[in-house]
Design a protein around this ligand. Structure first.
Ligand SMILES: [Zn+2]
Length: 156
């Protein structure tokens, strides 16, 4: 038996979209802080969890989160994966994509971590052990967006 369809058809598609996202009051305040090299978190008045990035509502209490504080730009790398291939606008690979618990935070901030010496044949945890302290490296030009922190790097 034969079929009229021999191979699924494909067509090349290119999307290059530019659009604006409304950040809302909470994230706008966070981004304004980044422009000034300040990492702003907010704290739930009911359970005292400290969110960074900040949240408009506490995910545990469902209460509005309105108390703000500045956190240090250092913390502990708690989870990560290694990117071996780069993409437009990203760091030069290999680099880590990590969850960083800034000192005083209850949540993890996801960001790029560079500066570790990864080898494809080596143990990535040897290059970036759990509990590694990292610090934010600020971009020279800041425009109020998450990449105002260029990346994080291990603290010597
Ligand atoms: Zn809460």
């Amino acid at each position: 038996m034969t079929s009229d369809i021999t191979t699924p058809a494909t067509q090349p598609v290119h999307w290059d979209l530019h659009y604006d996202i409304h950040l809302g009051e909470t994230w706008s305040r966070f981004m304004d802080g980044l422009r000034e090299q300040r990492i702003l978190a907010n704290e739930c008045g009911s359970c005292a969890r400290v969110f960074v990035p900040p949240q408009a509502y506490c995910e545990s209490c469902f209460e509005p989160v309105t108390a703000w504080r500045e956190l240090p730009s250092e913390g502990v790398l708690e989870v990560f994966t290694v990117a071996w291939h780069g993409f437009r606008g990203g760091p030069t690979p290999p680099y880590a994509i990590g969850g960083i618990r800034l000192d005083g935070a209850s949540t993890l901030l996801m960001h790029w971590v560079v500066g570790a010496e990864f080898s494809e044949t080596g143990d990535v945890r040897a290059a970036l052990p759990f509990g590694t302290r990292v610090r934010a490296v600020w971009s020279q030009e800041r425009t109020g967006q998450i990449l105002d922190i260029a990346h994080f790097e291990p603290v010597d």
